[in-house]
Ligand binder design. Structure first.
Ligand SMILES: Cc1cc2nc3c(=O)[nH]c(=O)nc-3n(C[C@H](O)[C@H](O)[C@H](O)COP(=O)(O)OP(=O)(O)OC[C@H]3O[C@@H](n4cnc5c(N)ncnc54)[C@H](O)[C@@H]3O)c2cc1C
Length: 383
């Protein structure tokens, strides 16, 4: 374990590794990533693998559009195959309200130069032949969206970090963050103090707890998300899909499994890795309702993961307003999609002090300043 580093990063999921890689790529040496768990033990190894570039708000679309472009070139940048597949991504609306949101989103995409198209009924049948098209009122298709399985992409990030001299240690919890003269100055792990010029927190669902180690508060809380995998079948669905009114997402993996999940209303433990029967039953019902041919399929597996969601469900990216040199890559609900951009733009901010326009709206103190971002197209019941 080093005694002194330039940047100590708490958390070795997508966001910790993406930040470490981008810092190293900008010439920073002595970067340490510490993770309490095992490689891919957090949400970064438990997700739906969907990469979406366009949303309904200008802020999200700019940020995630940039991230999508980075995903497309990521294998070359890392020197390892992340297996990003441009199979497309579709947002499906079944109500007048969500259809109106789709129309607004399409205007945002056009203004931002994002390649998306609105689908009429015939278009829905062409892009999603297995869907019950009579239920669909409007849809958006992104040709460039797709999937990136974490077994490949996380492995690629880790290998690229290590090749650039980043020290990454799993099974090593950060237990304290020291502050000196209004700045974060050291972390404690494995009973040892490590001086740091800067500390970055990318601890997923535990972000608020880790921020508290430094004596500061962070907007938001942990939340559980679940997914199921359905037994492999012949190619039925090409793009990744968000069924917006059902708070449901799905895609078909390269192995032919349908992986999807949904949110259901009602009280449930927010911080638990237990999966439960009602979520599985609802997910199965939504999938079989919208894709009748899935009705006969068997559920193979079900699992849960935990993420950190902010009060407006957007990422929290930048320096903490109450503590200099404490940086956050937090609040990731769409953290697979956003990982390349978060590392790129946060590393730029740490190294150069320049806050990129695409990152600025996601400032950590926006709730305090009463500047929430209204994003209507996430697969999320609570908004
Ligand atoms: C079921 C499910 C489906 C999802 N589907 C999608 C999807 O299709 N598309 C998409 O874009 N996003 C999806 N997500 C969200 C995405 O997976 C997350 O946003 C993303 O993985 C978050 O990455 P992270 O690096 O912030 O956190 P994590 O991957 O959770 O990593 C945080 C790490 O911090 C470590 N840590 C915590 N406390 C400490 C400490 N004190 N000291 C040291 N280490 C610590 C943990 O061990 C953990 O490894 C999904 C999530 C789930 C659960």
């Amino acid at each position: 374990m080093p005694r002194k580093v330039a940047v100590a990063i708490v958390g070795g999921g997508y966001h910790g590794l993406s930040l470490a890689f981008n810092l190293a790529d900008r010439g920073v040496r002595d970067i340490l990533v510490l993770d309490a768990g095992y490689f891919q033990g957090g949400a970064s190894g438990r997700n739906g693998a969907l990469v979406r570039g366009g949303f309904s708000s200008v802020e999200w679309t700019r940020f995630f559009g940039h991230s999508l472009n980075l995903w497309i070139g990521l294998s070359r940048k890392l020197g390892h195959n992340v297996m990003f597949t441009r199979r497309g991504y579709a947002i499906v609306a079944e109500t007048d309200r969500s259809a109106a949101m789709v129309e607004r989103a399409l205007k945002v995409h056009a203004a931002e130069g994002l390649r998306s198209v609105g689908l009429d009924r015939a278009g829905v049948r062409r892009v999603l032949p297995a869907i019950d098209a009579d239920r669909v009122k409007a849809a958006i298709h992104f040709a460039n969206g797709g999937t990136a399985p974490h077994h490949a992409a996380m492995k690629a990030y880790l290998a690229a970090c290590r090749e650039r001299g980043v020290t990454v240690r799993y099974g090593t919890q950060v237990t304290a963050i020291e502050r000196t003269g209004g700045r974060a100055s050291a972390v404690w792990a494995a009973g040892q103090r490590i001086d740091a010029d800067a500390v970055a927190v990318a601890a997923g669902a535990h972000n608020p707890d880790v921020a508290r180690l430094a004596g500061v508060e962070l907007d938001g809380a942990g939340m559980r998300i679940e997914a199921i995998a359905v037994a492999p079948m012949r190619r039925t669905i090409d793009p990744g899909i968000a069924l917006i009114d059902r708070a449901t997402y799905l895609h078909q993996t390269g192995r032919g499994e349908i992986v999807g999940g949904c949110e259901i209303a009602g009280e449930k433990p927010r911080m638990s890795l237990a999966s439960d029967m009602p979520v599985m039953a609802h997910t199965a019902r939504h999938l079989a309702t919208m894709f009748p041919s899935l009705g006969a399929a068997r559920v193979l597996r079900q699992w849960a993961g935990q993420v950190h969601v902010s009060s407006d469900f957007g990422p929290l990216l930048g320096q903490h307003p109450d503590l200099r040199d404490l940086w956050l890559s937090a609040g990731w609900l769409y953290g697979v999609a956003g990982a390349p951009a978060s590392g790129d733009l946060l590393a730029k901010a740490i190294v150069t002090g320049v806050i990129d326009d695409r990152m600025a709206p996601f400032a950590v103190d926006r709730r305090r300043r009463n500047r929430p971002i209204v994003e209507e197209s996430t697969v999320n019941l609570e908004h």
